[in-house]
Design a binder for this molecule. Structure first.
Ligand SMILES: Nc1ncnc2c1ncn2[C@@H]1O[C@H](COP(=O)(O)OP(=O)(O)OP(=O)(O)O)[C@@H](O)[C@H]1O
Length: 162
């Protein structure tokens, strides 16, 4: 994968039970080696799928462990060396942002990017001698143009947007 400053990767989640009950067809396919994502218009035969290319693609069977090692690890490693880094999950509701970022504890391969990054940062601090680190954390929710501090005393209080 090219070492771009901003990298965009796509993860495709498996069908959920509602989609299975409705007999929904999987219309997404991916070519991981080329970072390509194909979307086939359902019910139309002979029409070529729409094709999109990203810095990486992760299909249904992929794990957060794999995604972390390939995408997040180098970024977090850079942060421990003093560079800035941002990991941003974007997608419509139910697409799997929390699954990827927060994750589940079992199987461990699906532990999220956030706990993995925390572990990575603190392990790295532990292994570094003669250096003082300052670790700060904030946890904000932006929803319907409203911002709330989820670590604040009153998590329902809306912060002023300036
Ligand atoms: N890669 C995956 N493998 C298995 N299940 C997944 C995967 N991604 C998402 N899911 C499941 O799909 C459902 C929706 O995922 P999730 O809650 O992460 O979506 P979201 O994008 O955070 O939604 P919202 O914006 O509504 O909070 C959850 O039940 C989650 O466990």
């Amino acid at each position: 994968m090219a070492l771009e400053t901003v990298r965009v990767v796509v993860r495709c989640r498996p069908s959920n039970s509602r989609e299975k009950d409705l007999n929904c067809k999987v219309v997404v396919s991916m070519d991981a080696a080329r970072g390509q994502c194909f979307i086939q218009k359902p019910g139309v035969l002979g029409e070529p799928p729409k094709q999109f290319t990203f810095d990486g693609v992760y299909y249904i069977e992929s794990t957060t462990e794999q995604l972390y090692n390939e995408i997040a690890y180098p970024l977090v490693e850079g942060v421990t060396e003093g560079y800035n880094g941002t990991i941003f999950a974007y997608g419509q509701t139910g697409s799997g942002k929390s699954f990827t970022m927060q994750g589940i504890s079992h199987p461990t391969s699906q532990r999220g990017v956030i706990p993995r990054a925390f572990e990575h940062i603190f392990e790295s601090i532990q292994c570094t001698e003669n250096t003082k680190f300052l670790v700060r954390a904030s946890y904000l929710e932006i929803y319907n143009e409203e911002i709330r501090d989820l670590l604040g005393k009153d998590t329902k209080q809306k912060l002023e947007v300036k």
